[in-house]
Write a protein that binds this ligand. Structure first.
Ligand code: GLU
Length: 254
């Protein structure tokens, strides 16, 4: 199976912006195991800005573009350093790919991306993708990694996109406000009612929310790709998802 996994800043970093070593370690171990089992794994990872905030010792997430881009430049190195080290423990080789919106709209650039990632997968490498935050300006950026991961999943004709977040999935109501909210395990077709269930989630360091996740699910499903939202708290859940076993997550069927 060809699987794209998107991991958010809330999974990878503590609220301080420093790497969550335990969580990231478990994630890399599980992804390595999935690769060992024969799956093709592509990781879309956020965390550049968040980790840059931690590394530079900034008090809060910056709001101005130059500081955000500077933080991303610092944090992206930190991120790849961590992935390189953690995946190397299991004999896997990472490859960094940084993209912007223009790489999906310009045909030649899109083709180059597809050629490179196909070759990387043939070579057994594990592509780690993020937006090229240091150069992406408002006009050309994708904007959030939920959308970026859906664009990647569709481009590479993945079987499945798994978005790891700080929620278990899509609920019948906002679980932080309503104690009776129940997790929806399967969604067959996203309609107006589904879209109404999206609050405006999002952590202090991350970007996306349930809205961007639902539009990603729509994009994936319309192009024949299933999508899952699951909690990144315990990366073990990836086994259940990939093996289509029951679990605490939401699957959007194409
Ligand atoms: N590209 C951003 C980063 O790595 C994250 C975007 C997002 O969280 O959606 O910091």
């Amino acid at each position: 199976m060809r699987v794209v996994i998107k991991v958010g800043t809330s999974t990878l970093a503590h609220a301080t912006g420093k790497l969550n070593i335990k969580r990231t370690g478990e994630l890399c171990k599980t992804l390595s195991d999935l690769k060992n089992a024969g799956h093709e794994v592509i990781l879309v990872s956020s965390g550049a800005i968040g980790m840059g905030v931690g590394k530079l010792g900034l008090q809060t997430k910056p709001t101005d573009i130059p500081t955000k881009q500077a933080a991303a430049a610092v944090g992206q190195c930190e991120l790849m350093y961590a992935y390189d080290k953690l995946f190397a423990e299991y004999n896997h080789t990472v490859a960094q790919i940084l993209l912007t919106g223009a790489d999906f709209t310009a045909e030649d650039r899109h083709q180059n991306f597809n050629n490179t990632i196909t070759r990387l997968l043939q070579l057994g490498a594990l592509p780690v993708i993020n937006e090229n935050d240091t150069i992406a300006t408002e006009e050309i950026k994708v904007g959030d990694n939920d959308t970026l991961s859906a664009l990647v999943a569709v481009s590479v004709k993945a079987d499945l996109l798994i978005i790891l977040s700080d929620v278990n999935g899509l609920y019948s109501a906002d679980p932080r406000k309503n104690a009776n909210a129940t997790l929806i395990h399967a969604v067959h077709g996203i309609d107006e009612n589904t879209l109404r269930l999206a609050g405006d989630a999002g952590s202090a360091l991350g970007t996306g929310g349930m809205k961007t996740k639902l539009s990603s699910a729509k994009l994936c499903n319309a192009n024949g790709v299933d999508m899952v939202i699951a909690n990144g708290e315990n990366p073990d859940i990836l086994y259940a998802i990939v093996n289509a076993e029951q679990g605490e997550y939401t699957r959007f069927f194409a």
